[in-house]
Design a protein around this ligand. Structure first.
Ligand SMILES: [Zn+2]
Length: 363
């Protein structure tokens, strides 16, 4: 197809061309993004190349998450950022490397910054930490569940190899009123974290047998052989009325696992699954939760067996999954976000996936 440009438009175009400013002096180049200011040649330095590549992708994922915040209907861009994290977390060449450590440190700093900012004016804020760690924040309370530094032997603190320096946990713990620990595994229970709570005179709620001789501030609301839910309260210095909690006595295999249903002073109830295995003798009890309490937010571990059935039994208004990419596991069981996306396809409640360091405000 031939186009003829009308004479008056051709004249206009010529006017525009000649009217355009002609640069006569070299201008200062615009500031380049940080990633392009760094080295770009890594010949014979494969490890350094992989670290730098991981940094670039971690940083880009953070940018995408900022532009595409948590949603029950995540954008393709947000999903791609999750899948980019999966690729990095499952590349064992990057385990414990500088890029991973920086991402973990960035997670802790983001959580600390959120806690240092204004509290939610109403409702509930749920802050995602590493693995299955969450912090619940309302206008009146801030409650931590299963926050750990990750890594090896943090449950005893002896010859431990944590992913995070304890100092990065201090500003987080300073803003929290209590710690709940679901079960005695390294990816959920961190002795030095618990001790920071205790040193500040803050309560720690633990599963049967964990840290029994550490401090009277550690309470164990259920016995190992308990089968029925138990209601108890936790006195917090920030509250006149103690916090109301129900513990469902569950298990991961044979290991006792506490599912805490915490009711905030503002009336929201949040149920955290710990590493509850969905089947076994606990299942009939889990399926009756909807008849006993109203759960506003359920925080299940993403790889729970029979997750759709358990979610139906809990009947929450909202699900936020946790435990994606637990780095202490071998890659067959780190559990990617993409696997989680498949698992939550058929849940009976809306689901929000979160990256470490993000938070969700619920009115
Ligand atoms: Zn776990």
């Amino acid at each position: 197809m031939n186009f003829k440009i009308p004479h008056h438009l051709a004249a206009l175009a010529l006017t525009f061309i000649f009217a355009a400013p002609i640069p006569v002096v070299a201008q200062t180049p615009a500031k380049q993004p940080a990633d392009t200011q760094r080295a770009f040649s890594f010949i014979k330095k494969s490890d350094a190349m992989l670290q730098e590549q991981a940094r670039v992708i971690f940083n880009q994922a953070r940018k995408v998450f900022a532009a595409h915040p948590p949603s029950a209907t995540p954008s393709d861009e947000r999903l791609l950022a999750f899948y980019a994290l999966d690729s990095l977390f499952h590349d064992t060449r990057l385990d414990k490397g500088e890029a991973f450590t920086e991402f973990m440190e960035d997670t802790a700093k983001r959580v600390a910054a959120t806690l240092a900012g204004p509290k939610p004016a109403s409702g509930l804020r749920i802050i995602r930490f590493y693995n299955h760690g969450f912090i619940l924040q309302t206008p009146t309370v801030t409650i931590a569940i299963d926050i750990v530094r990750g890594g090896k032997r943090v449950i005893t603190g002896i010859e431990e190899e944590p992913y995070l320096d304890l100092e990065l946990m201090r500003p987080i713990i300073e803003r929290c009123d209590a710690l709940f620990v679901s079960h005695p595994h390294n990816d959920h229970a961190d002795l030095r974290v618990a001790k920071l709570f205790i040193e500040a005179g803050k309560p720690v709620v633990a599963p049967p047998g964990l840290w029994t001789d550490v401090s009277p501030l550690i309470t164990h609301p259920r016995a190992a052989d308990a089968t029925e839910p138990i209601d108890f309260t936790v006195a917090l210095r920030s509250l006149k009325t103690p916090l109301a909690v129900r513990v469902y006595p569950g298990h991961q295999g044979k290991v006792p696992n506490n599912l805490y249903a915490i009711t905030t002073p503002e009336g929201k109830t949040i149920l955290h699954s710990g590493d509850q295995t969905g089947g076994g003798a606990d299942l009939p009890k889990l399926l009756k939760i909807r008849e006993q309490i109203r759960v506003d937010v359920f925080l299940p571990q993403c790889w729970m067996a029979r997750l759709p059935l358990v979610v139906e039994g809990v009947a929450p208004a909202l699900v936020l999954t946790g435990h994606e990419n637990e780095m202490g596991h071998t890659i067959d069981h780190r559990e990617s976000y993409w696997q989680c996306v498949r698992r939550v396809q058929k849940l009976s409640a809306p689901v929000i996936l979160t990256a470490w360091g993000e938070h969700v405000d619920i009115p």
